[in-house]
Ligand binder design. Structure first.
Ligand code: HEC
Length: 108
């Protein structure tokens, strides 16, 4: 019954992709992440995220950039630049939440 296997694989795929989505972030944690974006990211990217030492992170900048690509930069940083990896401080779900936040310009 190969079709059952395909269906099972599809269900697994959907459930694993869901775990990296924003729904893993609680409302309380979302408030903390918004503060982190303003304070920690803002210390380099500017208080309004429009650029400072680091480039503009406002939603206009990410128009069309897929959030998973933004999340990868947040988790691993950009080697050889001042952009640090946030993996020690943020879970994958939190990085994806921040990426969605930056892409939309507000909490997802
Ligand atoms: C110590 C300074 C610093 C901090 C803190 C910092 N960044 Fe960065 N970030 C940079 C620099 C510098 C670059 C540009 C690196 C380069 O030259 O490509 C960058 C690049 C980026 C990029 C890629 C931008 C693009 O145009 O592709 C993203 C996304 C990003 N940062 C997100 C964040 C987020 C989210 C945070 C907070 C969790 C953060 N950064 C905190 C310095 C910082």
């Amino acid at each position: 019954m190969p079709s059952a296997i395909v269906i099972l694989a599809a269900i697994l795929l959907v459930s694993t992709t869901r775990t990296v989505h924003a729904d893993a972030v609680t409302p309380k944690r979302a408030v903390e992440l918004e503060r982190l974006i303003r304070h920690d990211c803002g210390s380099c990217h500017g208080m309004s995220l429009k650029g400072g030492l680091g480039p503009d992170l406002s939603s206009r900048k990410f128009n069309g950039t897929p959030p998973p690509a933004i999340a990868a930069v947040i988790l691993d940083g950009i080697p050889g630049t001042a952009m640090p990896p946030w993996r020690p401080l943020l879970s994958e779900a939190e990085a994806h939440w921040i990426a969605a936040y930056l892409a939309k310009g507000s909490a997802p």
